[in-house]
Every structure is written in C-alpha cells, then in structure tokens.
Design a protein around this ligand. Sequence first.
Ligand code: VGL
Ligand code: ZN
Length: 209
Amino acid sequence: MLQNNTNALIIVDVQNDFCEGGSLEVQNADQIVPIINKLSPHFDKVVATQDWHPAEHRSFASNHDDKQPFDNIKFDEQDQTLWPDHCVQGSEGAQFHPDLDLEPVNLIIRKGTNVNIDSYSAFRENDRKTITGLYGYLDRLDVQHVFITGLATDVCVMFTALDASQLGLDTFLIEDATKGIDQPEGSLEKSMQKMKENDVKMLHSSDIL
Ligand code: VGL
Ligand code: ZN
C-alpha cells in the first residue's frame, strides 16, 4: 500500500497576508486558489505550510530602528530581506485564504516561529540547520515526487523547491499555481532560472488535471 503513496502536493503559504489586501500582498495571488483546490484531490498526500511569526520577529522591518520593508541587512552574516509585518501568530493575516480547501490537507507545517531565524523553505529554516520534520514525514511515507504550489514563487516556493530537489525528491513546480513578489524586479525570473538549474521541472496544472 505504501509504495503507491508516492505523490505529494505541497501548498506553500496561501495565507491572507500574501493575498489580496494583505500586508505582503503578492499580485494575483488569489488566482491560484481555485487551481490548487482542483489539484489537491489528485495527490496521495497534501501538505500545507503556514508562515507563523511571533510579533517580535527579526525579519520584520518594524522591529529594527531606521529600517524599511524590503531593505536588506545581515543576520549572523547571512543576507536578510526585511519584510512588512506579516503572518503574525493567531492573526487574521496568518489564516489560510478563506477559499483554500483544507479538507484534503493531511499535514500543516508552521514555520518562522523562532523570533531570530527566518524560515522560507518548508524543509529547513534559514540558518540551514534547523529542520521542520517535513522530509522525515515524506520519506517515511515513501513519497518520491513532490509538486509545489503557493506563494511566493521567488521566496518560500523557490527555497522549498530547491531543498526538495537537493534532498533527492523528484521535484515539480506547477507554474500556474504559484505567484511571485518580484521585488526587486527580476527576482521572479531569476528564481525560475535557479529552480530549473537545480533540476526542478516545470509543469502546468493542465498536465495533471
Ligand atoms: C514569504 C517573505 C517572508 C513567502 C514569507 O511565503 O514567500 N515571503 N515570509
Ligand atoms: Zn515570513
């Protein structure tokens, strides 16, 4: 039975703050929700991630003196973009988009909960050491193919796809089920390039539906 459970859909951060009217709105984000809802029933396992920050999170520009959202600073020698406050634990902005169908979701991974570490990938925090446990879950279930959707293409989706590929999972990005921030301009294109260079295969939802 387990051998057949080889496909997983990963839905990255489809939360109010990244959707229309949210504090870190991704353009046209709402368009991906009905596509993801159609895709979910086709997978053996469905995993959703939820960005889930304490209000004092170090990635928020508001928690630094004289910094603006989208400024770049160093955290422990690593580049860090500062963001508007978003996905604060328990807030409306942290909830999943109201139209996202959660019924087929088997596992929800919350990330970014450590006040000092940002966490883009669904697999590992940005210190690149602290794991979320997602790989253990997928590996134990014999999942070999992961299909990635959600927000934002050039941030959390890209880091999730790169880690999945590096972990040896056969990794696909469902292009019309993801949208990017593209700030600075060009980062969306660069992220697509980087994923392709790292063996992430590009698909359209119509290839599955
Ligand atoms: C994200 C910026 C900050 C994302 C999360 O989900 O892509 N982007 N936190
Ligand atoms: Zn975040």
